[in-house]
Design a protein around this ligand. Sequence first.
Ligand SMILES: Cc1cc2nc3c(=O)[nH]c(=O)nc-3n(C[C@H](O)[C@H](O)[C@H](O)COP(=O)(O)O)c2cc1C
Ligand code: SF4
Ligand code: SF4
Length: 272
Amino acid sequence: MKILILYFSGTGNTEFVAQYIKKHLSCDMFDIELFPLELFKSENISKYDALIFGFPVYACDIPVFIQEYLKYIPTTKTKSVFIFCTKALSSGTSLKHAIEIFKKAGYNPLGYADVKMPGSDGLAFLKKDSSMAHKIINIDFSTLEGVDILVNRIKEVTKYLENDEVERFCLNVNSNIANSFFSSILKKAFIVMEGWLKRKFWADRNCIKCKKCERICPANNIKVNDKVSFGSNCYLCMRCVHQCPMEAIQIGKKTVGKFRWRGPLGTYNPKQ
Ligand SMILES: Cc1cc2nc3c(=O)[nH]c(=O)nc-3n(C[C@H](O)[C@H](O)[C@H](O)COP(=O)(O)O)c2cc1C
Ligand code: SF4
Ligand code: SF4
């Protein structure tokens, strides 16, 4: 059975979980391929039997640019999808929303996981020697319980994919997995913060004009010439801030000299 793990990761958390799933799912039964969203041609999805889709939670929801991508996503051969998200505190309505979107696209959502990870929105504001930064560096990521449950579900459900029985595993959109009240407040606060934050990106004098930020920005929002310019299309994924080799990209003044994060293994390096 050919399985595609497709994900978006800004700072490396979602990519870590995608790799974890691949490792724990690997067996003779599955031929598993793993791709970041921005490097995958979506028309190729129809070559796979099942899809495992992962995204980071932004403002208690699916990031808007991923929602746009999912509107036009083709189905896999068996129309089956398993969904996971990574979050810092609350995934809010994101999984419920993802189930709805995939159903609209013709999929049978068959399982999900919601995985707690360090919050990519706040990491660059932490002091490098703070107790919080030490705590995060020392988190044991070797076992992700919620993901193990999803992996077991994938192994179980995929036995039924080739016959009509699979319908009975299909998730209900009304599943009690959303805290709508908390989500709606956070979404409103996020919209206000978002516009303000996007205008605060700049590169300090440590920049060596290597253009890495320009190459890895998923929104094509950065241009490096005599200086580094940021456009108005930022997804706020935080990738550029954490990936700049000189730690030169700042959001206002409060990130200067602060903590940077390259995923749980410290090796996240998005392909360009
Ligand atoms: C713009 C932005 C908004 C976020 N909003 C939320 C949120 O509403 N709830 C939450 O639990 N985590 C939130 N986070 C944290 C991320 O979902 C979390 O750190 C995720 O694991 C990041 O994954 P990545 O490293 O693959 O990008 C947010 C992060 C960013 C950058
Ligand atoms: S990645 Fe950093 S050093 Fe390289 S061009 Fe961008 S801001 Fe400058
Ligand atoms: S400019 Fe915005 S979208 Fe581009 S990498 Fe930086 S945070 Fe992400």
